[in-house]
Write a protein that binds this ligand. Structure first.
Ligand SMILES: [Zn+2]
Ligand SMILES: [Zn+2]
Length: 274
C-alpha cells in the first residue's frame, strides 16, 4: 500500500504520541513507589502551576514532533538502508554520540542571556518530574529535532543508515529523558565513581542542572561537562545523599566534603562515607 503524506503524518502523531505517553506512564508509575519516595534528589514540592505549564508545553511538543517526524520519514524513508544488525548499531552509536555534542553546545547557548527566553519553559521546573521531559518551547524543540534530523542527513552522506538504528535511539532518548527528570536517584552510590558513571549521567546529575541552572549541560553523558569544567564539584555527594534517603531540601544547597556538624548535622554520615 502506498503511503501518502497524510497517512505518514497521522502515523507520526499516533506513534510519537503513544511512545511519549508510555514513557510518561512508566515514569509516573515508578515515581509513586516507596523506593522513589526514599531516593528523591530534592525533597521539595513542585512550584505552583508547574504541572499545568508543562502539560500545555507537552501538547505543543507532541504535535510538533509528530509533524517533523512524519515529514522526515516521508522524505528520508526511501533513502534509508535495509536493516542489518551492524548498520543498525552504527546508526544508533552515531545518533547517540552526535546528539550528545549537539545538545551540549545548543544547551549552553540557550543559557546565554540573549537566548535563555527560548529555554525558560524547560526551567519552569526547578524540581523536575517526568512531564518536564516534554516541557520545551517550540523554538527549542525545533533546535533539538532539527539537530537530530541533521545528524541523520549528515550520516547518510558517508555511511548507510537504518530506520531501526534511528528509531532505537529516539526510543532511548524518550525513556532516558523521563528517567533523567524523575528527581529520583535510581543508581547506586558506586555507579558515579565507576568508569561507567564517569561517562554516563544519573537523575541526580540533571536534577542539579534544574536547581542551579549554570552547569551540568550534558544530556545522557557527563564527559563534556567534565572536559569543559561545567560539572558541579559536589555531584557525587548529592548523589550519595539521595541514596541515603536524605535528598536536598533547599534549592541553593551545596555540599562540602568537609564536615560542618553544627550547621548541617544530616551531612555527618555522608561526609564520613565520602
Ligand atoms: Zn531538563
Ligand atoms: Zn537548561
Amino acid at each position: 500500500m502506498e503511503s501518502t503524506l497524510v497517512t505518514v503524518l497521522f502515523t507520526g502523531l499516533v506513534v510519537s504520541g503513544l511512545v511519549k505517553l508510555s514513557a510518561l506512564g512508566v515514569g509516573w508509575g515508578l515515581a509513586r513507589t516507596r523506593l522513589a519516595e526514599r531516593w528523591r534528589v530534592y525533597r521539595r514540592a513542585l512550584a505552583p502551576g508547574q504541572l499545568r505549564s508543562e502539560a500545555w508545553a507537552a501538547v505543543g511538543v507532541v504535535l510538533c514532533d509528530a509533524l517533523l517526524v512524519g515529514l522526515f520519514r516521508y522524505f528520508s524513508g526511501p533513502r534509508m538502508a535495509p536493516f542489518s544488525v551492524p548498520v543498525a548499531l552504527l546508526s544508533y552509536a552515531w545518533m547517540f554520540v552526535g546528539f550528545e555534542v549537539w545538545f551540549y553546545v545548543t544547551h549552553r547557548l540557550l543559557h546565554t542571556r540573549r537566548l535563555y527566553r527560548f529555554h525558560s519553559q524547560h526551567h519552569v521546573a526547578q524540581v523536575t518530574e517526568p512531564l518536564t521531559s516534554l516541557s520545551f518551547s517550540l523554538v527549542e524543540r525545533l533546535v533539538l529535532m532539527g539537530g537530530g534530523m541533521g545528524m541523520v542527513v549528515l550520516a547518510m552522506q558517508v555511511m548507510p543508515v537504518t530506520q531501526a538504528g534511528v528509531m532505537g535511539y529516539i526510543l532511548t532518548n524518550y525513556f532516558l529523558n523521563v528517567v533523567g527528570h524523575s528527581n529520583t536517584e535510581w543508581l547506586p552510590r558506586r555507579f558515579v565513581s565507576s568508569w561507567v558513571g564517569r561517562v554516563f549521567f544519573t537523575p541526580t546529575f540533571h536534577a542539579l542542572h534544574h536547581a542551579r541552572y549554570q552547569g551540568h549541560y550534558g544530556l545522557f553523558t557527563v564527559v563534556l561537562d567534565r572536559w569543559f569544567g561545567t560539572a558541579f564539584h559536589d555531584y557525587t555527594l548529592v548523589h550519595a545523599r539521595a541514596r541515603e534517603g536524605q535528598g536536598l531540601v533547599r534549592i541553593g544547597e551545596r555540599l562540602s566534603p568537609v564536615p560542618v556538624p553544627e550547621a548541617l548535622p544530616a551531612t555527618q554520615s555522608e561526609s564520613k562515607a565520602a
